[in-house]
Design a protein around this ligand. Structure first.
Ligand code: ZN
Length: 755
């Protein structure tokens, strides 16, 4: 029944489109296609050789924001999108983007040393002949400054590390800290250092994370070579992404800007990234206590925390002006529901050449666009409108997508049905995150795309991997639960979305549901992350030789786009969302209980003097400060809302399954309208504490994780941060948005049932 409806609708669409593109289209409309036939034709048009050639061109020169090649890449794509039949244009914004003027980092004593802050060329690599204009060691949105002080090693620079230092009697006030990459988002390291009174911050790549401990170093293998460093943004993204001077609205030419001094997302201390070749010299000049076991990395030294005796001089100066950025936006108008948009994006700016990050994902997206353009030239037409975007300036702080989403907020809220994002791609297993009402759609796609290495579907291969991981010695409870699920016939869960790529403004500011995915697990492509060695040569030798997984990415994203755009009925299944929210509520309640138990245990240990008795007098550690009792929180309003959500979602899913195929065209259209923007109901205008830009009450990036997601964030983070009044308040706010969601589901169910 449903299949039949789809076939006739495609036939109708084809008849329409033949007229619409008269001249370009063949005179006789091709025969009607099933969805499977459409996808087969789409697959046949994906050409990995195209991707190889586009990456070679686009990664041939530095293409960071403000570089000539970044603009040239936008124009290169624009010409192609137009030639492929898309209605394309470049949309520009003027964003604050600091570019480095000078950096100094040196040990002034006891043994002077000057950090190199440059990545040397490698023979046979793009770095050999195209380093002109490449950014030096640099992070965007640290402050200008010139400071000299004793150095302290703070491990990953996360909250627990400062607690450990406090027990060792180490204070970073007035000091310069050195932190290693890992365990939390880059920008949190200088921010937490600044909050603890440090006056400067160095971040280095320890070989334990992505260097020789992991794999052979480039060019012999994929891992990070000794003089390579990780650039990046250190803006305070958990407050709001996008232009620091235009919070919540687009940085169009005439937009009002707040003064730089008032921008909350710009740090107050200078920051520089360095290589492990340099870091080893800095760390080996530290004395003081031997670092706790969790602080020790992969360098051949004994790690000490300091402070000093190494005294460090750190100075940075940047040009703080607006730069023009170039989003390339292309539209293919829908035939049947032109007012419903499927938005698909990937960014195009890199830190240097950006082969893996972001061009690997960008060229896969270009391949989808070429294939869809060809299908349209052959007479097919999408039912819903497709909007493809290659964003600029993702790297400094999701600028291109955020400014676009803020500028076009009204249209996007009125039309966007879903936003599908990719970024850098690797080789191996599917990793996918997103809104859980699309979990069934994603699983359907994963069951149909073939993995070229294993010759089974990418879904089956992922299941096999999860089952093998679960059987490994020492597998944790989470891995075992995933293995069990993978062995069953139930759908695989989507991860929740935090931040770290261009979906953030869509999902967390506008409420447009989003999917983000990529492949990985077999390559060690992270070894050149945000370095000059993220080149075409590195990518095609070590990450995805032959662009095999580029092809898989295009087929996966293309199917997601085409299934949502062509489906007669809404593709969401809301029971998955309701069940997932229910598990999040269980987690949050469990968190409150375990925090309460931990506080009680700590109080006992303090009262009985256990910390003192267990201490090693030769390496003394003070007892931790008492963290305070955890009160009981009333979760009843959320319990009731989640219970109702489950019932409403199941009733809707059952009604759609039973009666969806027989609905009148008028009812189908109404149903599509009712479900298109339902996820926007998860927003509350009050936003999250300290960061009202983030309005989604189910999905957010963590204040202290940066990229990592916090679900039911208003409640969860309030418990984590001991803001118990906020916890109670956000129980109510979250319950309210879930009730609105249930109301909408009940209305849709009533429409289907005809009463
Ligand atoms: Zn990226």
């Amino acid at each position: 029944m449903r299949q039949f409806a789809v076939v006739t609708a495609i036939a109708a669409a084809l008849a329409l489109s033949a007229a619409a593109v008269a001249g370009a289209a063949p005179k006789v409309a091709p025969p009607a296609m099933t969805q499977a036939e459409l996808e087969k034709r789409f697959d046949a048009l994906i050409d990995t050789k195209d991707m190889d050639g586009w990456m070679k061109d686009m990664a041939s020169q530095p293409n960071h924001v403000g570089s000539p090649h970044d603009k040239a890449n936008a124009e290169y794509m624009l010409a192609k999108f137009k030639a492929w039949g898309w209605d394309a244009h470049i949309e520009t914004f003027d964003v604050l983007y600091p570019t480095p003027i000078s950096e100094t980092l040196e040990i002034v004593g006891p043994t002077p040393f000057k950090a190199t802050l440059q990545e040397p060329p490698i023979v046979g690599d793009t770095t050999e002949h195209a380093m002109a204009g490449a950014l030096p060691a640099w992070v965007a949105f640290g402050a200008d400054g010139d400071v000299t002080s004793d150095l302290v090693y703070v491990n990953f620079g996360m909250p627990d590390d400062y607690k450990a230092l406090e027990r060792l009697g180490i204070d970073v006030k007035g000091k310069i800290v050195i932190a290693r990459y890992g365990a939390g988002w880059r920008g949190l390291k200088p921010k937490l250092a600044q909050d603890h009174g440090a006056i400067g911050c160095i971040i280095y790549s320890d070989p334990a994370q992505d260097g020789y401990v992991q794999d052979d170093a480039y060019p012999n293998g994929p891992a990070r070579p000794p003089h390579s460093f990780q650039r990046g943004s250190v803006a305070d993204m958990p407050i709001y992404p996008g232009d620091p001077l235009t919070p919540g609205y687009g940085s169009t030419k005439d937009a009002k800007r707040i003064p730089i001094a008032e921008a909350k997302t710009i740090l107050k201390i200078p920051v520089l990234p360095i290589s492990y070749a340099d870091a080893q010299v800095f760390l080996s000049q530290l004395k003081g206590p031997v670092a706790p076991p969790s602080f020790r990395g992969g360098l051949p030294i004994t790690y000490h925390v300091g402070p000093g005796p190494a005294k460090v001089h750190l100075a940075t100066k940047a040009e703080w002006t607006n730069k023009t950025i170039y989003d390339v936006v292309a539209v293919m108008k829908g035939s049947q529901y032109p007012d419903q948009w499927i938005v698909r994006g990937n960014h195009h700016d890199g830190w240097v050449y950006g082969a893996s990050d972001p061009l690997s994902g960008n060229v896969a997206m270009m391949s989808e666009m070429k294939a869809i353009g060809t299908l349209v030239k052959q007479g097919w037409r999408p039912k819903r409108t497709l909007v493809y975007a290659s964003w600029d300036a993702e790297e400094p702080m999701l600028l291109g997508s955020t400014e676009y989403a803020e500028t076009h907020a009204v249209e996007l809220k009125a039309h966007a049905l879903i936003y599908i994002n990719t970024d850098n791609n690797g080789r191996g297993f599917l990793g996918v995150e997103g809104n859980h009402d699309f979990q069934r759609m994603v699983n359907g796609v994963a069951n149909d795309v073939i993995d070229p290495e294993a010759n089974v579907s990418i879904g089956q291969r992922l299941r096999a991997n999860l089952m093998v991981d679960a059987a490994a010695p020492g597998a944790n409870g989470q891995a075992q639960a995933m293995g069990k699920l993978a062995a069953s016939d139930r759908d695989l869960p989507l991860g929740p979305l935090g931040s770290g790529s261009d979906y953030s403004a869509f999902l967390q500011h506008l409420g447009v549901p989003a999917i983000n995915f990529g492949f990985g697990g077999e390559d060690s492509g992270g070894g050149v992350y945000h370095s000059a060695y993220d080149t075409y040569e590195h990518y095609s030798r070590f990450v995805d030789p032959g662009f095999v997984y580029g092809g898989v990415m295009a087929k996966t994203a293309g199917r997601m786009v085409l299934r949502v755009s062509e489906s007669e009925l809404p593709t969401q299944r809301f029971g998955d969302f309701a069940d997932t929210v229910s598990t999040y509520l269980d987690e949050v309640k469990g968190l409150a209980n375990s925090r309460r138990d931990a506080a009680e245990a700590q109080e006992r240990l303090l009262k009985t003097g256990a910390y003192r008795l267990a201490d090693d007098p030769h390496r003394p550690e003070a007892a931790p400060a008492f963290e305070g009792r955890v009160p009981f929180i009333n979760f009843a309003p959320l319990d009731n809302s989640v219970d109702r959500l489950k019932r409403s979602a199941k009733a809707y899913d059952a009604a759609l399954a039973a009666k969806g195929g027989g609905l009148s065209a008028d009812k189908v259209a109404k149903l599509n309208t009712m479900t298109r923007d339902i996820d926007q109901l998860l927003l509350d205008d009050v936003g999250l504490p300290f960061r009202p830009w983030y309005r989604n009450m189910v999905y957010a990036p963590g204040r202290f994780t940066g990229y990592g997601a916090k679900t039911l964030p208003g409640v969860r983070e309030a418990i984590e941060e001991r803001r118990y009044d906020d916890a109670a308040r956000y129980v109510g706010i979250t319950a309210k948005v879930l009730d609105a969601y249930s109301d909408r589901l009940d209305q849709a169910t009533a429409l289907i049932n005809g009463n």
